[in-house]
Design a protein around this ligand. Structure first.
Ligand SMILES: Cc1cc2nc3c(=O)[nH]c(=O)nc-3n(C[C@H](O)[C@H](O)[C@H](O)COP(=O)(O)OP(=O)(O)OC[C@H]3O[C@@H](n4cnc5c(N)ncnc54)[C@H](O)[C@@H]3O)c2cc1C
Length: 287
């Protein structure tokens, strides 16, 4: 197996263009497990850990954020909790401290597992995935178009994930995850919510309850039509929102949970996270 070690982004893109079958490795917390268990044996590994650009993040004055694909969960938690609270909450639930020190948002996207914890907050926040190839340059892919199927994404063989672009939170954000224990657990299902008071919109992200992470679009539309942004949350409206989010899911029975349980739990998490976010929203207005 070849081991390619670019030291710059340009070298990494050139290596991927010349050898599209080379498997990128960032933190290795998915890749090394798969290699150890002989799930795959790529002809080459493309080690991205020396590409310093991938570990950079920026939050601009206007609110634009760019999080490099090699930014670890620990960095998101310690340095981006203010700008990206939903992603930071999700990051806190990933694996153990060791996994959070190595594992990255870019790697989560590369793996494109329906259970990946960064996907729901990226969907709820309206993130775009910045990908690049040597020969065709940069593409910005809206998160909801990035996930194509179970562990399949819109990334082409000669492309690499460069960064995630999204707006710093303009309102409260929450992430909720059901697992069979409190830590070191793959989500049975998960849910993220982001209030966007600036355009009176609520974003959603549903995880581990369909072949891909997804937005509950009907539920978002429902709130767009019904929410009074100046009033307390109507419990009937929150219940209907939960039902619509549950309806957006198309889960399966597997070792972690049944389809029925997952659908129910998505509804509960949607209702609860909306209530938490709404309390914060009204609290900020009163302050
Ligand atoms: C013990 C354990 C616990 C875990 N717990 C969780 C959990 O709670 N929640 C969760 O979501 N995940 C969990 N994971 C999975 C894993 O940690 C995450 O998916 C993590 O985000 C992967 O990041 P990484 O940098 O290690 O990726 P890597 O393993 O390096 O790569 C993962 C995939 O992304 C591709 N890739 C990486 N970087 C790029 C790039 N720049 N461009 C294109 N493709 C790229 C790789 O080729 C590979 O297909 C766990 C893993 C372990 C071993």
């Amino acid at each position: 197996m070849d081991f390619l070690r670019p030291t710059t982004w340009e070298e990494a893109l050139a290596a991927k263009a010349d050898q599209p079958e080379a498997l990128p490795v960032q933190g290795g917390t998915d890749v090394m497990v798969e290699i150890n268990f002989d799930v795959r044996r790529p002809p080459a590994l493309l080690d991205l850990t020396r590409v310093a650009e991938l570990r950079e993040w920026t939050v601009e004055d206007g609110g634009g954020c760019r999080v490099g694909a090699g930014v670890t969960y620990t960095t998101v938690i310690e340095e981006l909790g203010g700008a990206l609270p939903g992603l930071a909450q999700a990051s806190r639930t990933v694996g153990s401290p060791q996994i959070r020190n190595r594992g990255t948002v870019g790697g989560n996207l590369g793996a494109a597992s329906p259970a990946g914890d960064s996907h729901p907050p990226l969907l709820a926040a309206g993130a775009e995935i910045e990908v690049e190839s040597r020969d065709r340059g940069i593409r910005l892919i809206p998160a909801e178009e990035f996930y194509l199927g179970v562990k399949r994404s819109a990334l082409l063989p000669d492309e690499l994930i460069r960064a995630v672009r999204l707006r710093a939170a303009g309102g409260p954000q929450y992430f909720s995850k059901v697992g069979t224990r409190n830590a070191m657990v793959i989500a049975v299902c998960s849910f993220a919510i982001a209030l966007h008071p600036e355009d009176r919109r609520v974003g959603t992200g549903v995880g581990s309850a369909a072949p891909t992470p997804l937005r509950a679009l009907e539920a978002e539309e429902f709130l767009r039509g019904e929410l009074d942004w100046d009033a307390p949350l109507d419990p009937a409206l929150a219940r209907r929102f939960g039902e619509l989010c549950a309806g957006a899911a198309s889960p399966i029975d597997d070792v972690r949970g049944t389809a029925g349980y997952r659908r129910h739990a998505i509804g509960v998490m949607a209702r609860r996270t909306l209530a938490w976010a709404w309390n914060d929203h009204l609290g900020r207005r009163a302050a």
